[in-house]
Design a protein around this ligand. Sequence first.
Ligand SMILES: [Zn+2]
Length: 430
Amino acid sequence: MAPSAIVAAALAFLAGWKAVRVVLAFRGNTSPAARQRALAYFTPGEIESGKRNSRPYYIPGLLAYVIELGVLWALVYLGIARRLEDLAQAAPWLPLQAGLFLGLLLLAEGVPRSPLSIYSGFLLRKRLGVLRQSFGQWAVFTLKGVAVNFVLLWVAVTVFIGLVRAFPGSWWLPASAILTLLAIGLTFIQPVLLSPLFYRFTRLEGPMRDRLLGICRAAGVRARDVFVQHESTVTTHSNAYFAGIGGSKRIVVYDNLLGRNTSDEVATVVAHEAGHWAHHHILLSTVLAAASILAGSLLLFGLFSLHGAEGFFGTSPGRLSVLPVLALLGLGAEALTEPFAAMLSRRLERQADRAALGLTADPEAFISVQVKLVRDNKADVLPHPLLVRLYASHPEPLERIRMAHEFEKEKAPGQPEGTEGATRVHREVR
Ligand SMILES: [Zn+2]
């Protein structure tokens, strides 16, 4: 069997699995018991609207994935990547060659997918009422994102190819070390240099700032500033996050979160983020990122040391035309590791939720935030259980709510069980 046919079969399998995911996503959780649990917090209309708002993204997402696989396969096995490489080699210097090649690659991959990007990224979000930008604003915002990604990739690719050429027999070691340093540097500059290209930030002042910094102190997290991200000019989403490391570390809250929630609810969201820091999740994810860069480099080194590998892929790690091969291998690795990453992520999220409940001792605010976030983000509250188990980065909202009730019971033994608290919250946040 020809290499092109073997790879095509593997890609067809990936696409098929993605299609199965879409079918399951459309079906959702059909269990009457789960629906009954959801009805304690959401009206039938809200449950329906979550589904109506999620479903239109599934098919365009699947098509975009299939196009990506198809374009990458064509680049590698129809010899297009090597032709683009020849074109780029006309430039006199590796960084220029890498920039030229990468630009051509992004065009080859991005242009066929652009109608879908406009449909899902602009038209659908506009129709569902989550996007606040005009088409012009959205286009500028999106192209800025493409440009930033291009520059970051450009640096990474130049460094990678340069090191492979300089250390042909042991490049995996310097390449993984330097790429890890670059990733850490990126975490540092993200809040200071990159995010401000997309959003306006202001410092939060007043009692809310003191309260949020107090929560961080209670969690043992040192943060100097709370910033407000003016998300409301872009979307209706609500969120908060910690960004940066060392001197660039800060708490960021969306203005939408401040505008639509009580201060107890905002405190709960920030306490969750502080929980991530208190349990060293940021350090853990940095270590894991470094480990996966190392593992990826070693696997790639090993793979291309095999007899016949260069013939199979039609290129080698020191050449620019290896990039689409890396992208294909990356998609394969993603498909294999995604369930494990999601499982770990859910475990960390549960830990942060418990930390938040411990810090605020306010399960009521915790529950009402969960309910509001689902409404604000128009999320599907009844996703298919298998998809949750394999791919969800967070526990389901209903599970998080149950966790808060358990915390409530632990704190106040002897109180009657039931959904009385929930019903009250339900009425309050409407
Ligand atoms: Zn979290």
